[in-house]
Design a protein around this ligand. Structure first.
Ligand SMILES: [Zn+2]
Length: 225
């Protein structure tokens, strides 16, 4: 079994290379992992010796064909655990990310498969992130736009929210915003604030630009403009 820290690095590189569609800078990785760049550099040398990453000094890093499935397996564990904790152990969705971060390294793939079976193969975790299948397939997992891309009058479905900030998750759920919620965009401002009117009848909620850009959506109908 690999150490938790190795698995965390591979997972972080996977996320970052998906965001950038290419090589990940060691500075970006250092920031993501909250460590010094020298720590990242020496870790990259080790991971490259084990053929988990392609690493060239000053060119950044990328997972190899050996590294990708290791990252996806851990992500599968994480997202299945989050689903299980919320659906069966009555955890709040704001609490499950940290718990899953700890547990993901300690369950076998067989255990993950049992959770998936018990939950009837859920497609997404509580935050709307797609759960890799047992074959580690994540196709069809890209969301095209975010709340920041819509106009007043658009009707949109929330698909995914960021999972790491418990305070934000509590705020969103207090205002009835979850993956699957349908909202109308009722106001946008030049500084990026977006106000939403949930179809559920909950009160309108205003979200700052940074949050709006991190919430993935799907367009239902366009407004008049
Ligand atoms: Zn999570």
């Amino acid at each position: 079994m690999l150490s938790a820290i190795v698995e965390d690095y591979l997972k972080a590189i996977y996320y970052l290379q998906n965001e950038t569609d290419g090589r990940v800078r060691t500075s970006a990785l250092a920031e993501y992992m909250d460590v010094e760049q020298s720590t990242v550099t020496s870790m990259m040398k080790k991971l490259s010796e084990r053929n988990f990453v392609h690493y060239e000094p000053y060119q950044g890093v990328k997972l190899t064909d050996t590294g990708v499935p290791i990252a996806l397996e851990i992500i599968r564990h994480h997202r299945l655990l989050e689903r299980y904790l919320t659906d069966h152990l009555e955890y709040d969705w704001a609490e499950v990310h940290d718990e899953a971060d700890r547990l993901e390294h300690h369950i076998s793939s067989q255990f993950a498969d049992r959770i998936a079976e018990q939950l009837e193969d859920p497609a997404v975790d509580p935050h709307g992130d797609p759960i890799p299948t047992a074959d580690l397939d994540v196709s069809g997992a890209k969301y095209e736009d975010t709340l920041a891309d819509h106009q007043v009058g658009d009707s949109v479905r929330i698909e995914r929210v960021p999972d790491k900030d418990p305070a934000l998750l509590r705020y969103l759920s207090e205002h009835g915003i979850h993956p699957g919620t349908v909202v109308d965009v009722v106001e946008t401002t030049s500084f990026g604030m977006v106000t939403l009117d949930p179809d559920s009848g909950d009160e309108p909620v205003a979200l700052p630009d940074e949050v709006a850009r991190s919430v993935s959506t799907r367009s239902l109908t366009k407004g008049a403009n």
